[in-house]
Design a protein around this ligand. Structure first.
Ligand code: HEC
Length: 129
């Protein structure tokens, strides 16, 4: 009888854990897709699809958007980048997004930028021939 109860508790726990895990995974992938969508729609025209600063609009800008994959940007904290995304960058074409994107959307797009860094091809130039 006691054994049966233990088994039942274990079964319930397993279901609960799997459930939570599923929810966390879904939430993570939702914000990943959301970040991707926002980036493609709002940012890629200047920053380029891969974040290299080579979007179609970049040619006409001064200063041009830098590469979001650079060591300089990677080294910045989430807070610093969130501030730039929210308020824009003075004296550049970078607009502030706090009025058009919610906090959650800004965080999602930042997460997407970070993922570009992680999945980008090697940054070291090929050796000379
Ligand atoms: C109209 C063009 C334009 C659009 C659209 C744009 N940016 Fe920018 N962004 C810039 C420019 C220009 C800079 C400044 C580059 C510099 O300071 O050298 C910049 C800088 C940044 C920086 C700081 C990196 C740095 O070089 O200091 C971040 C982060 C950034 N943008 C994210 C975004 C995100 C996220 C979006 C979309 C929600 C976006 N940008 C949309 C033009 C744009």
């Amino acid at each position: 009888m006691i054994r049966l109860n233990i088994l039942r508790v274990m079964a319930i726990c397993t279901v609960a854990i799997l459930n939570t895990w599923g929810q966390v995974r879904t939430a993570a992938s939702t914000s990943q897709t959301q970040g991707h969508d926002i980036y493609e729609r709002q940012c890629a025209t200047c920053h380029g699809t891969e974040g290299r600063g080579d979007g179609p609009q970049s040619i006409s800008l001064s200063p041009r958007p830098g590469s979001l994959l650079s060591a300089q940007i990677s080294a910045k904290t989430d807070q610093e980048l969130m501030r730039i995304i929210a308020n824009g960058k003075p004296r550049t074409a970078m607009p502030g997004w706090k009025d058009s994107l919610s906090d959650e959307e800004q965080r999602a797009v930042l997460a997407y930028i970070r993922s570009l860094i992680r999945f980008s091809r090697t940054m070291t130039p090929p050796p000379p021939h």
